[in-house]
Design a protein around this ligand. Structure first.
Ligand code: PBG
Length: 326
């Protein structure tokens, strides 16, 4: 191997064309998924305090918004619903006229080519705010499974292109796959939130989705942040049950997990740049403490460099605009 002075690593950094030529990681609008919050009702557009620039829309106001997303060459949106009615079993989650079911139809009517991905989890729909059925103060895994299957199926029936279970129950990918297959939806892929950690970075999301647990927390079902070997077992479990795309969440504090999963599994890998990651950048940028554009592009590039193929991010629209004018 050459050494200095023959070796000069600065030679390839002299100009932007040179740097572009040897650049190892490219960020593209085509890798992004834009998460959106849909609130039941009409003519509602509510900004989320802790997520400036992110709104909750009622289904009737979605068409212009998703047209903009598609025009920005972002291939997919991920939908979260905020229902009017919450109960112990989250029954609004699988109602044919539920908020997400309405939203899917509105989006597919307006922009048929835009992929609609739905979050499959009960926490926005239950009165207690947990991701499953509560029995004796704990979330009952096996009683929750049939409801998740019902919810995913109802999204497919409304026209969803992909379903994304995010509840962290064991066995959910299996029951969702079975339910879809039995009803003729063999072609609908599953993105599983395979390694989803019990993270403080979901704070702003829970305000946005009104899904704060009314007692306790989610540590009995979401993963313990110090663990990475366990993440590989979670991913293996979901792949065995039929997941098509796997996800690590959050992204920034879990880049090592993304890398380990990328090295161990030849499956498309998504990473979720979550609400708290978005809020931190926005807050600092608003004070003039950080250059928002540079920080966001650097961060998302790092998530790709760590091994993610796909990034779910609230910055998606801005990123697409920035990449176009680069
Ligand atoms: C639902 C769900 C959550 C997020 C995505 N799906 C919240 C949670 O688990 O409490 C978080 C997304 C974000 O913070 O941007 N279970």
């Amino acid at each position: 191997m050459a050494i200095f002075p023959q070796l000069r690593l600065r030679r390839l950094r002299q100009s932007e064309p040179l740097r572009a030529l040897v650049r190892e990681t490219q960020l593209e609008a085509g890798d992004l998924i834009y998460p959106m919050f849909v609130v039941e009702g009409r003519k509602l557009k509510q900004e989320i305090t802790s997520m400036p620039g992110v709104f909750r829309y009622s289904p009737d106001l979605l068409p212009p918004e998703v047209k903009e997303v598609a025009n920005l060459k972002i291939p997919a949106v991920l939908l979260f619903g905020i229902p009017e009615h919450k109960d112990e079993t989250g029954s609004s989650a699988y109602h044919p006229q539920g908020v997400i079911q309405q939203a899917i139809r509105a989006i597919k009517d307006a922009v048929p080519e835009l992929l609609v991905i739905t979050d499959v989890c009960l926490c926005e729909y239950t009165s207690h705010g947990h991701c499953g059925i509560v029995v004796n103060g704990t979330v009952d895994n096996d009683k929750t499974l049939p409801l998740l299957a019902k919810m995913a199926l109802s999204h497919a029936e409304a026209g969803a292109d992909i379903v994304a279970p995010s509840d962290m129950m064991d066995g959910r990918v299996k029951v969702v796959r079975e339910a879809l297959d039995q009803q003729g939806y063999q072609h609908i892929p599953i993105i599983s939130y395979a390694a989803k950690y019990a993270s403080a970075f979901y704070g702003p999301f829970r305000e946005a989705a009104e899904s704060i647990p009314q007692f306790g927390d989610r540590r009995a079902y979401q993963m313990d942040p110090p663990n990475v070997r366990e993440a590989l077992r979670e991913v293996a479990e979901d792949i065995a049950e039929g997941a098509d795309i796997i996800m690590v969440k959050p992204a920034l504090a879990y880049l090592d997990v993304i890398r380990r999963v990328r090295d161990a599994f030849d499956y498309p890998l998504a990473a979720y740049n979550v609400s708290g990651e978005y809020a931190m950048v926005k807050a600092a940028a608003q004070r003039g403490w950080l250059d928002e554009k540079k920080v966001v592009l650097e961060t998302l590039t790092a998530i790709k460099r760590a091994g993610a193929d796909i990034i779910l991010t609230y910055h998606a629209k801005d990123v697409s605009r920035w990449l176009e004018t680069r």
